[in-house]
Design a protein around this ligand. Structure first.
Ligand SMILES: C[S@@+](CC[C@H](N)C(=O)[O-])C[C@H]1O[C@@H](n2cnc3c(N)ncnc32)[C@H](O)[C@@H]1O
Length: 257
């Protein structure tokens, strides 16, 4: 593992892979539906903000599962935003779903602009606690939040796995740690669950394996590019080898006042 985003070639290869994937992290429609069940009742025409939307898989699931919702999807990588806009247009949803380039750390929306904040696998980019605090004002009192985040599933992980995660994401904690982050940031938990195995493979790692195989030929003769592809492949192998020790947790919460 270990992808050096400071290296322009590494960045290019990384996005060359990710821009070909249906999702930017684990997740699936069933999990969106399940966490919506935890989120509970929303206004009749809920205003939803999808933060760090990537290529927009969950944006489309939300649009399908909340047919009266108006959704704004934000990401700071313009090609992802363009992809979301294309997918939204193709699904005939442009009247109520909008994709925008934006920084999750400086979102340009007035307080109380949304009823539901959604963020799959992205809050960690600015630090989960920072995100939970910064985003809280975007919903009114009682407003809802759903976010997914890498977690330790049980204590006692093998040292090799701990070392890999320490390099990749040292702040990773367990579900209790995320519930504490919510509580200290002005949110009350409405429940959480771990993603099913299929949410890692069907729309994320299996497509990634196909893309990695295809891109190896394109980057032949570029050792740093091939190393980057290997680092991505190693992440997939890590999940095969250490499944059960870590996962993504999906957390639902309401603004606590
Ligand atoms: C792990 S991906 C998850 C994407 C998507 N939610 C999904 O599950 O498929 C994290 C996303 O956060 C975006 N991102 C990273 N930093 C950001 C920032 N400062 N502001 C907005 N988006 C950001 C990345 O471009 C990427 O699309």
């Amino acid at each position: 593992m270990g992808i050096d985003f400071g290296d322009p070639l590494v960045r290019k290869v990384f996005f060359d892979v990710y821009e070909r994937l249906p999702r930017g992290g684990p997740g699936d429609r069933g999990s969106v539906a399940r966490v919506l069940g935890l989120v509970g009742e929303l206004p009749a025409r809920p205003r939803v903000l999808d933060i760090g939307c990537g290529p927009g898989a969950q944006t489309l699931h939300l649009a399908a599962l909340l047919p009266a919702a108006r959704i704004v999807a934000v990401d700071n990588h313009p090609p992802f935003v363009a992809r979301v806009a294309e997918r939204v247009a193709a699904a005939g949803l442009a009247a109520r779903v909008r994709a925008e380039v934006g920084d999750m750390a400086a979102l340009p929306f007035a307080d109380g602009s949304f009823d539901l904040l959604w963020s799959e696998g992205a809050a960690y980019m600015m630090g989960v606690t920072n995100a939970l605090r910064a985003w809280r004002g975007l919903v009114p009192p009682g407003g809802r939040l759903a976010f997914s985040e890498a977690i330790w599933s049980k204590p006692g992980a093998p040292a090799e796995l701990e070392a890999l995660w320490a390099e990749e994401y040292a702040e990773m904690t367990d579900a209790a740690g995320n519930l504490a982050r919510l509580e200290t940031s002005g949110w009350r938990s409405l429940g959480w669950f771990e993603l099913p195995w299929s949410a890692w493979w069907d729309e994320f790692y299996e497509p990634m394996e196909r893309v990695l195989a295809a891109r190896r030929a394109s980057w032949a003769g570029e050792p740093r590019a091939l190393e980057t592809l290997s680092a991505l492949a190693a992440e997939i192998e890590m999940m095969r080898r250490y499944a059960g020790w870590y996962n993504y947790g999906f957390f639902a919460a309401r603004r606590d006042d």
